[in-house]
Ligand binder design. Structure first.
Ligand code: ZN
Length: 306
């Protein structure tokens, strides 16, 4: 029996099914629907599973946990690598889903395990300037990794780096004028997230225009692909800006005492990350000086403050 979203060859995507899985993932990640709600929604809108049965939460979770939906497979070391299947959802969506399921399996109220404070563009590859992405490592931990084609030379354990940068950032709150500066930055980012929301609203039109221009031969295939990629990049940025705006709206009163208490007692990892992004512009990470060394090496990175 084939898996939902792929043909029996396990490689070729079934576009309509892929769209339903992506929509189900979106509902879950937006936090508006539970797994049970989403399974029911699948049965009602997408129809039954490939076995002809209604979707159960377990069936849906099992499918969304399968790396094949992101075009990945697990290698002998348990690492996720590129596989043969056509991706049905992008890598970020897949990773976010795994984090969500892991969090839910650990029970309500526990802190998300895998939201990394410097993900979302703060940690940057010093060699190629690309944002590092947070990925599982072979030993079960998480790392920030450069995945840019032609580079890919930087990889650093996430936990110790997060801890170090967070401690420095929190200590920095005491500096004179810091609260005023945070307020200004926050307001700027919130305004940016409103702009991003408008851009995302208009995205469908941008895409249609592009497709029309290509259809009318105003664009070559190369130009069309380039423009599509640029639009995709702007979409990711806009989504990130919107998320940041949402979490910044949840900050407590901007005093050192309130922020420190909030950080230690009540903030979620997403909320902490939003505050950190107000304090830290970038953490530039260079390659390991000693190959394979696990030692935490302060000389490997630079923190650029806002
Ligand atoms: Zn790089």
């Amino acid at each position: 029996m084939r898996a939902y979203g792929h043909e029996t060859d396990g490689v070729t995507a079934v576009p309509e099914e892929a769209a339903y899985l992506a929509a189900a993932a979106k509902r879950l990640l937006e936090g508006a629907a539970t797994l049970a709600d989403t399974a029911q929604w699948m049965t009602e809108t997408a129809g039954p599973t490939v076995f002809g049965r209604p979707w159960s939460p377990t069936t849906l979770r099992r499918r969304l946990r399968n790396p094949g939906i992101a075009g990945l497979r697990e290698n002998a070391d348990g690492e996720l690598v590129e596989g043969p299947a056509e991706p049905l959802v992008d890598r970020d969506t897949f990773d976010a889903l795994q984090e969500l399921f892991t969090r839910n399996e650990r029970g309500q109220g526990s802190r998300p395990a895998h939201v990394h404070l410097l993900s979302g563009g703060t940690a940057v590859c010093d060699l190629c300037d690309s944002p590092l992405v947070s990925r599982s490592t072979a030993n079960g931990g998480r790392g920030y990794v450069c995945e840019t084609a032609g580079c890919g030379k930087v990889r650093i354990a996430a936990e110790p780096l997060d801890k170090y940068v967070a401690e420095r950032a929190i200590a920095r709150l005491e500096r004179a004028g810091m609260m005023k500066r945070l307020a200004d930055l926050r307001d700027g980012f919130v305004a940016e997230s409103e702009e991003a929301a408008k851009f995302l609203d208009g995205l469908r039109n941008h895409k249609d225009e592009l497709a029309r221009a290509f259809g009318a031969k105003d664009l070559s295939l190369g130009e069309f692909k380039k423009a599509k990629e640029a639009l995709e990049a702007r979409r990711s940025q806009a989504m990130a800006a919107m998320r940041r705006g949402k979490y910044l709206g949840e900050l407590p009163e901007l005093t050192v005492e309130a922020l420190v208490e909030w950080w230690n007692e009540t903030a979620s990892q997403e909320q902490r990350r939003a505050l950190l992004q107000l304090i830290v512009a970038e953490v530039r990470v260079g390659p390991a000086t000693v190959r394979g060394s696990r030692r935490f090496d302060e000389a490997r990175f630079d923190i650029l403050w806002r």
